[in-house]
Design a binder for this molecule. Sequence first.
Ligand code: NAD
Ligand code: ZN
Length: 274
Amino acid sequence: MTDSQPGPTIPESDIAEVAAVLRRSARPVVLTGAGVSKESGIPTFRDALDGLWAQYDPEQLATPRAFRRNPKLVWDWYQHRREMLAAARPNPAHRAIAEVETVLPQLVVITQNIDGLHVAAGSSDVIALHGDIRRNKCFDNCQGDPTLVDVAALAWDRDAGPPRCPHCGAWVRPDVVWFEEMLPAAALERAYDLSHSTDVMLVVGTSGVVQPAASLPFAAKQHGATIIEINPEMTSITLIADWHLSGPAGAILPLIVAALRAVPDHPPEGPPDA
Ligand code: NAD
Ligand code: ZN
């Protein structure tokens, strides 16, 4: 079985029912994780630690302490991941999520991914909880949080590690959330507000282990939302999911979009005495 074939176990009626639930939603939200980008060839965090990088733990590469200790090592690791990402394109899962907006223009995407592929696919309202790997910022955020720095405009010895902030001279670092760091406050606050007010949350390709993102489906459920999970594996979210559609997102989401488009705007009227 390839990554984009559907699991054999999803009946068409489940797809149609999930589409009908979505169609009735007033405030639909999608929460995504690394699994939605897997079919674009982007490895999960663990899988990315290949070759030369296999000897390191994420904690040695993705914390502020690690960066302070060895800025060049951490910078080189992110350059390696950026190179892996350069050729990546949105896959059918990203595109299907963007196409949901043709039926439900109010859809908001909350993602833990740092790859920018939801925006590339055309989703118009994306909350990037963990930042964006293509951007850089001043380590000290000297001009406010975040102080973005365009490194393409800087001249520095690229073999020597990261450049220095043109404002204050601190190291420049990727604009991503590392272990032990807070999430961007405005993004997190909006994600919680949406989770408290949504009526349907679609949870795609997240293992539900990285906090605080993992708590969002639980917050939504507590506030009465229907939870639809798409993941080939069971996760901690499966326990509270009203639907668990097992299989790759790139196979399942296009089926849901096709079914969503087939749902009539208004339920068909029956005969007057029905
Ligand atoms: P995770 O790696 O913990 O979990 C990935 C989940 O996706 C798993 O449950 C897996 O079963 C599922 N999955 C695998 N293939 C799938 C497919 N084809 N369709 C649907 N689901 C599939 O990911 P996470 O929950 O996002 O947490 C990991 C952390 O690593 C996050 O903080 C994230 O920011 C970061 N990360 C981001 C990227 C990226 O930007 N693409 C890549 C790696 C890691
Ligand atoms: Zn600075």
